[in-house]
Design a protein around this ligand. Structure first.
Ligand SMILES: Cc1cc2nc3c(=O)[nH]c(=O)nc-3n(C[C@H](O)[C@H](O)[C@H](O)COP(=O)(O)OP(=O)(O)OC[C@H]3O[C@@H](n4cnc5c(N)ncnc54)[C@H](O)[C@@H]3O)c2cc1C
Length: 394
């Protein structure tokens, strides 16, 4: 780092260029705050590139048959994201790619009566649509399909395209920094950009939105709270011989979907089925080979007409980073904590990034806006999707 760091004063510094940090940066700058964002790898490199991209409207969380705090928190999210995508929302996501207009929920024949009764309930009628056979997604129009299927008003987004759309108007305030170079003192931090330039940055608010990286950042600020929990998942990817895209939760006997499938395309335009849900939660106790065997077994049971002869498989270990609850339960909604000038936040879900960003705007309302010019610093790249990384498939 250069001996004398350049001094820059801004209104807010955000650490972490995932969905939470980028949505917040875009909102703050649109409202006239001189906000910047520091990223030490690539935009989306954390959980955001691994997300299935579903903008939940709460249906999955209401599978107990009653509305939970989770389902309430997310119920407006699809309309917020759709408005942004249509170009008339709080931010312009018209260049982002909506890979499916809806997500679906299906059950196998033996659970069909349970699911039908549940969807007939008052709570769910407004959120879902029962489908006639000809309205089903193509893969569920197969003559061997038994069971029921419902359309959820839950769009699915290409998450990196969302980050690109968020970044477009604010990229000059996004800084590529060297890993481990952030040093925190009160109301100022020093950092080294990837080109070796050093900066001393004065701020009114520091927003730690670095996903799993928040824990180390808190430690470096001598803060022991809030505590973070990591929830491990073993996701499965499959490609080869697939002609149909699937965006659906398969409902099992429990309240979690037995498997959640989204579809993406790799660099050679192969369709990739990306599988999570209970399969991925239970999968952390299995070896990679056992997990692949389990995924094959699930697909053979649930979609027996899909030919798996040409399939290639890969597993993918990834942690979800969230605030820790004393009793270990999953957070229902986004979380933030403010101690002095330092805010720590986790969105809990991609879908909730707009709500979290709104909360950050409210916390920023005490800041007096400034407009000092920013240096021409280096920008970070965008992360790749895991299914585009060929080494994962071998
Ligand atoms: C397998 C999986 C599937 C999911 N599917 C869905 C879904 O379908 N729908 C949904 O709503 N949610 C989903 N989620 C949850 C969602 O992905 C996360 O809640 C969300 O992406 C978290 O975003 P974030 O910005 O907080 O963190 P992250 O995406 O983890 O971003 C953190 C960023 O901070 C950077 N960083 C870390 N440390 C530092 C540091 N010291 N200095 C600078 N930068 C740093 C990282 O490089 C990264 O870019 C899923 C999660 C997983 C793991």
């Amino acid at each position: 780092m250069a001996d004398i760091p350049m001094r820059v004063d801004v209104d807010a510094v955000i650490v972490g260029g995932g969905i939470a940090g980028m949505w917040t940066l875009a909102r703050l700058r649109a409202e006239g705050y001189n906000a910047i964002l520091l990223e030490d790898e690539a935009l989306g490199a954390g959980q955001t590139r691994y997300a299935q991209g579903i903008i939940h409207g709460g249906t999955k969380y209401a599978l107990t048959g009653k509305l939970t705090a989770s389902s309430e928190a997310v119920s407006n999210m699809p309309s917020i994201w759709r408005a942004c995508h249509a170009g008339n929302g709080e931010l312009d996501l018209s260049d982002a790619v909506m890979i499916s207009d809806a997500h679906y929920l299906w059950s196998t024949a033996n659970l069909a009566s349970k699911i039908t009764g549940f969807f007939a309930s008052q709570v769910m009628r407004a959120r879902t649509t029962a489908l006639k056979p000809e309205q089903r997604p193509a893969i569920f129009q197969h003559e061997n399909f038994r069971g029921s299927i419902y359309r959820l008003d839950e769009p699915v987004f290409d998450t990196i395209s969302v980050l690109r759309a968020l970044a477009a108007p604010v990229m000059s305030s996004v800084v590529a920094i060297r890993k481990g170079s952030i040093q925190l003192q009160s109301s100022k931090l020093t950092v080294e950009a990837v080109n070796g330039d050093g900066y001393e940055i004065g701020f009114s608010k520091l927003m730690l939105m670095a996903g799993p990286g928040n824990e180390a950042l808190l430690r470096s600020a001598d803060l022991s709270e809030p505590s973070m929990q990591l929830r491990p998942l073993k996701m499965v990817m499959m490609r080869g011989g697939i002609t149909e895209k699937v965006y659906a939760h398969c409902m099992g006997a429990g309240i979690n979907p037995r498997v959640t499938i989204t579809s993406h395309t790799d660099n050679d335009n192969n369709i990739v089925w990306y599988m999570g849900g209970q399969l991925a939660e239970d999968g952390v106790r299995r070896s990679d080979d056992e997990q692949i065997a389990r995924a094959k077994q699930e697909l053979t049971t649930l979609i027996p007409w899909q030919n798996l002869d040409a399939a290639q498989w890969a597993t993918l270990d990834i942690d979800r980073a969230e605030v820790r609850h004393a009793d270990g339960h999953r957070p229902d909604t986004f979380y933030f904590d403010q101690q002095g000038d330092i805010i720590t936040a986790w969105p809990t879900k991609l879908a909730l990034a707009p709500l979290l960003a709104q909360q950050m705007l409210e916390l920023a309302s005490t800041i007096e806006k400034t407009d000092a010019a920013l240096p021409a610093w280096p920008s970070p790249p965008f992360a790749d999707f895991p299914w585009s990384e060929e080494s994962r498939w071998s």
